[in-house]
Design a protein around this ligand. Structure first.
Ligand code: FES
Ligand code: FES
Length: 172
């Protein structure tokens, strides 16, 4: 079986019913996607599959073979994802960072489908849990993006992403 992740094709040896999360983290070494609950409740494991958010801890890998998967490592290749990351940086959203790759995936999926979501649409989509309580900052960032009042700062984004540890690692 093969997986297409962030535009690159990977051969995969895991069993067909292995959760996608284990494959991308343990077999392929893409560790920006996190394990939280393992039962589709927290959203830490969220990835995009053909642009739609999916909780990889409960997604059998064979179900996404050949589809286009995006993880946090590749999100800035997506025009919307790049703006979401920049807004996260601007609002200094991450605290420990553990949940934030999943939060970025949820916001990117929402804004790809609906450029100017309503408050109700935002609330219905941004359901990922954050034990650090970054909800107010997430809300502010998504609202900026939804109102179209946030402009990507391009080159500054990459430094900001690393500095704010959006992939769950700690800044050095
Ligand atoms: S680890 Fe998948 S939703 Fe919590
Ligand atoms: S769990 Fe720490 S930033 Fe969300």
């Amino acid at each position: 079986m093969e997986l297409v992740i962030n535009g690159k094709t990977y051969p995969v040896e895991s069993d067909a019913d292995t959760p996608l999360l284990w494959v991308i983290r343990d077999e392929l070494g893409l560790t920006g996607t996190k394990y939280g609950c393992g039962i589709a409740q927290c959203g830490a494991c969220s990835v995009l599959v053909d642009g739609e958010v999916m909780r990889s801890c409960v997604t059998p890998v064979q179900g996404v073979a050949g589809r286009h998967i995006t993880t946090i490592e590749g999100i800035e290749a997506d025009d919307v994802g790049r703006q979401v990351v920049a807004a996260w940086v601007e609002h200094q959203v991450p605290q420990c960072g553990y949940c934030q790759s999943g939060q970025v995936m949820a916001a990117t999926s929402l804004l790809r489908a609906t450029a100017h979501p309503t408050d109700d649409q935002i609330a219905a989509t941004m359901t990922n849990l954050c034990r650090c309580g970054t909800y107010n900052a997430i809300h502010a960032a998504v609202h900026d993006l939804a109102r179209g009042t946030f402009a990507t700062a391009s080159a500054a984004d990459a430094d900001g992403l690393a500095g704010l540890a959006i992939d769950g690692s700690r800044p050095s």
